[in-house]
Design a protein around this ligand. Structure first.
Ligand code: AMP
Ligand code: MG
Length: 409
């Protein structure tokens, strides 16, 4: 049986970044840049004022004191978006507003709170050093400088940077299309009436959300019955995608047909991984489309999505990092037993006195959905026959982007 890391490598090897496309910035949130993107312009674009005040030549103010103010002649005004129509000379000043281009010849701006105006003259009562209150052209970004490396994910800050530096459209990788299929005779779409022995289908709901969060386009294909013809027909439809994710029907029960059809209609790479939850996990191809057959238990489906499907999606997006960030935390609360499979324990991370601690969220069996809900990390419990005690350090996968500071509850 494969270990998790081996299974991950086998899966990643089957995916490459999708083709690049140019899209407008307005559509780029969550996408991944396909090439190193360079600044078309420098930032700031031109020398400009950091304050509302007066532009001047610093050397004119050298003698200024509170008792003997220097008088400068006000020769114009420069609101943001305008420029002074002539260079400034000795003894002159111009009203200037934040962000407005510094007039030629001026080398400092004095804040308006520090001066008084006497008809068309400005009274300056202290010497102003050259470069005061000026934001210089190119001090943030040089023209041609790299803004974002290939593989960077585009969030709000990246969008602002690209917008200011004049990059639009932006080259990104095509979004993967992921079809999602639930399997099981007992399943009823959420919101419909339940018959005896039936349950509400929840894995598609989870997977559509998780696929979307991972940056792909999710297409839910509903529920396939546990019979060959129906499953075959739905899997054939699902094939028109970059990845098919099914849930259920991959263990050793009599009705576990996903494996069987994968073997007949495509090619099975492997179907079990040495982990808990989620041992039965099928990976292979349906025709030429990769298929990940996740286990049916809701928690197993969620954990195996995180470990195997999300990295595959990130790989297709061309993301520089495909795996979740792994940190070390102190186990908190209960002791955790090691097993002959790698365990993934749902836990809540929090910081206490400068130490990162994570407390298991409760019952760890694979049908307990409430303990999935409270988790912001999965603790990775290595294979073994010991006990990891509260307080010992264990690796944890961060499930959110950025640090998910949870409270203790
Ligand atoms: P299976 O892997 O098909 O044997 O399913 C394992 C368990 O997960 C069973 O209790 C199923 O009823 C449940 N299950 C399977 N698929 C889903 C689903 N899409 N939504 C909710 N529960 C499911
Ligand atoms: Mg089933």
């Amino acid at each position: 049986m494969l270990r998790v890391s081996e299974a991950q490598q086998r899966i990643l090897a089957a995916f490459s970044p999708l083709s690049p496309e140019d899209i407008p910035l307005s559509a780029a949130l969550g996408r991944v840049v396909a090439e190193n993107t360079l600044a078309r312009d420098q930032l700031p674009l031109f020398d400009n004022s950091a304050m509302d005040g007066y532009a001047l030549l610093a050397r004119d103010t050298g003698e200024a004191t509170p008792d003997r103010p220097v008088r400068l002649r006000i020769v114009g005004a420069v609101p943001a978006g305008r420029v002074l129509d002539r260079p400034m000379r000795d003894g002159e000043t111009a009203r200037i507003l934040t962000g407005a281009a510094l007039p030629l010849g001026a080398d400092a701006v004095i804040q308006q709170e520090m001066v008084t105006v006497d008809s068309d003259e400005l009274l300056v009562r202290a010497a102003v050093a050259p470069r005061t209150n000026i934001r210089y052209a190119g001090e943030d970004v040089k023209r041609g400088e790299q803004l974002l490396p290939r593989g960077a994910e585009i969030g709000p800050a990246e969008l602002a940077l690209l917008a200011s530096a004049g990059v639009s459209p932006v080259p990104v990788r095509r979004r993967p299309r992921v079809t999602i299929l639930a399997t099981g005779d007992e399943l009823v779409p959420a919101g419909e009436l339940l018959g005896p022995g039936q349950i509400r289908e929840s894995n598609s709901t989870y997977l559509v959300a998780a696929v979307t969060r991972a940056g792909a386009e999710a297409i839910a294909l509903g529920i396939a019955r546990d019979e060959e013809a129906d499953l075959r027909e739905k899997l054939t439809r699902a094939q028109d995608a970059d990845l098919v994710i099914s849930s259920g029907g991959v263990s050793v029960g009599d009705y576990d047909l996903v494996k069987q059809i994968l073997g007949e209609q495509g090619e099975m790479d492997f179907w079990r991984v040495r982990m808990r939850p989620g041992k039965p996990l099928a990976f292979g191809r349906l025709g030429s489309t990769p298929l990940l057959g996740l286990p049916g238990n809701p928690v197993s489906a969620a954990v195996t999505f995180e470990l195997f499907a999300r990295p595959a999606i990130r790989q297709m997006l061309g993301a520089a990092s495909v795996f979740r960030q792994r940190i070390e935390v102190a186990l908190d609360g209960s002791d955790v037993k090691q097993e002959d499979r790698e365990r993934y324990v749902r836990a809540r991370l929090y910081a206490q006195d400068g130490v990162l601690r994570a407390r298991p969220t409760g019952d760890q069996r694979s049908h307990i959905i409430t303990s999935l809900r409270g988790a912001n990390v999965y603790l990775v419990i290595p294979i073994g026959d010991g006990l990891i005690r509260s307080g010992e350090r264990v690796p944890a996968l961060l499930l959110n982007d950025g640090l998910p500071w949870g409270d203790e509850g």
